[in-house]
Design a binder for this molecule. Structure first.
Ligand code: GDP
Length: 316
C-alpha cells in the first residue's frame, strides 16, 4: 500500500497503525465492534474512568462538562513517547486537552500562529509546494465551517476567502504558517448543486493528494456536530481509515444547541454518535476535538495537537 511507504515514521502511532482486519471497512453504517482495548498500548497505565481536566475558560464549561464527562482509557489518543507515572490516572487526565480525547505530550510546543500567508493553489499533487514543510489538510462537507475554522486558527478574518475565489474552490490551497508548516484547504465535498461529474472529480483529486503527498502529517476531517452523522462523512472517515491516512476528527459548530423537545440532538450527543459509528473503521479511536468558530472553542487545542504531531513528525 502506497501510504505505508509514505508514513513509515508514523506507523507506530496508535492511529497510524495498519488495521488488522480489513473487513472493518466494508460497511460504514454498520461497523463491527472495536478491538479488545487491552491489546492497545498505554492502556496498562490507565484506569477506565478518566475525566476531562478543569477548563481554561469557563464560558463553555457546561457544554464541555457534558461533552467529555469521562473518556475511557482505550478511547484516548496518547501521543507516542508520552510518559506518566504508572497507574497515575489523575496525572493523565490533567493532560487531556479540553473538549477532546487528546493527551498533551512533550511535543506540544510552538503551537501559536504568528504569521500566515497564502502560498499557492494547485490542481495536482505534483504541483504543490516542494519545500518539504510538514502540512495538515482540512477537508469536510461544503458548509461544514471549514473556512471559518481556518480563519479562526490563523486569527485572520479573511484569509480563507482566498480559497473561495472563483477558480480556487476546486484547488488544493496552501497557506504557510510561521514559515515552518502548511495548512492546506481542500475542496469541500458533497455540494449537492455541483454536477455529478465534478463531484467525482473532486473526490479523485483529493484522494490522490491523500495517498501521494509525502509531507502530509495528517488530515483533519471536519464534521458538523450540530446535525446527526451524514452517510457521506462516514464514508469519508471509512476511506481514510481503510487507506491508513492519519486522521483527526474536528467537530465544528459545537456552540449550536438544539432543544431535545424539537427532536434535535446536542452537539456532544452527535459527537458521541459519530464516534460510535466509526469505531469499527479503526484499530484505535482516532483523535477528535470539539470546536466552534463562534466562541473559538477548541482553537488552541487544535493548534496544540497540530504542534505535537508536527514536532514528532520532524523528529522521526
Ligand atoms: P465552508 O463552506 O465549510 O467553508 O463553511 P463556512 O466557514 O463558510 O461556514 C458555513 C456556514 O456555517 C456560515 O454561515 C458560517 O457562519 C456558519 N458557521 C461556521 N462555523 C460555525 C460555528 O462554529 N458555529 C456556528 N454557529 N456557525 C458556524
Amino acid at each position: 500500500m502506497v501510504v505505508q511507504s509514505l508514513f513509515p515514521r508514523l506507523l507506530h502511532l496508535p492511529f497510524f497503525r495498519k488495521p488488522t482486519n480489513t473487513l472493518f471497512f466494508l460497511n460504514p453504517l454498520n461497523p463491527k465492534p472495536a478491538l479488545n482495548p487491552s491489546s492497545r498500548p498505554f492502556t496498562t497505565l490507565l484506569r477506565s474512568t478518566l475525566v476531562a481536566p478543569p477548563s481554561l475558560e469557563d464560558d463553555d464549561a457546561d457544554l464541555l462538562a457534558a461533552a467529555v464527562p469521562q473518556i475511557p482509557a482505550d478511547r484516548l489518543f496518547v501521543p507516542p513517547e508520552t510518559e506518566f507515572p504508572t497507574g497515575d490516572a489523575a496525572a493523565l487526565s490533567a493532560r487531556v486537552l479540553k473538549g477532546s480525547n487528546i493527551v498533551l505530550s512533550k511535543y506540544a510546543r510552538d503551537a501559536q500562529v504568528v504569521q500566515a500567508e497564502f502560498v499557492k493553489s494547485s490542481v495536482r499533487t505534483e504541483d504543490c509546494p516542494s519545500d518539504g514543510l510538514p502540512e495538515f489538510a482540512l477537508v469536510g462537507r461544503s458548509n461544514v465551517g471549514k473556512s471559518s475554522l481556518l480563519n479562526s486558527l490563523v486569527r485572520r478574518k479573511r484569509l480563507a476567502l482566498i480559497s473561495k475565489k472563483p477558480g480556487k474552490t476546486q484547488c488544493i490551497n496552501h497557506f504557510r504558517i510561521n514559515d515552518s508548516w502548511h495548512l492546506v484547504d481542500l475542496p469541500g465535498y458533497g455540494y449537492a448543486a455541483a454536477p455529478q461529474e465534478l463531484r467525482t472529480d473532486w473526490t479523485k483529486f483529493t484522494k490522490d493528494y491523500f495517498l501521494n503527498r509525502s509531507t502530509l502529517v495528517g488530515v483533519f476531517l471536519l464534521i458538523d456536530a450540530s446535525i446527526p452523522a451524514k452517510k457521506i462523512d462516514l464514508e469519508y472517515a471509512s476511506w481514510l481509515g481503510q487507506n491508513q491516512v492519519p486522521m483527526t476528527l474536528i467537530f465544528t459548530k459545537c456552540d449550536k444547541r438544539k432543544k431535545k423537545k424539537n427532536g434535535g440532538k446536542r452537539p456532544e450527543e452527535n459527537v458521541q454518535d459519530f464516534q460510535e459509528l466509526i469505531r469499527g473503521f479503526f484499530e484505535t479511536a482516532p483523535p477528535w476535538i470539539m470546536t466552534s468558530s463562534v466562541t473559538n472553542m477548541g482553537r488552541d487545542e487544535v493548534l496544540l495537537h497540530m504542534a505535537q504531531l508536527r514536532n514528532y513528525w520532524l523528529k522521526h
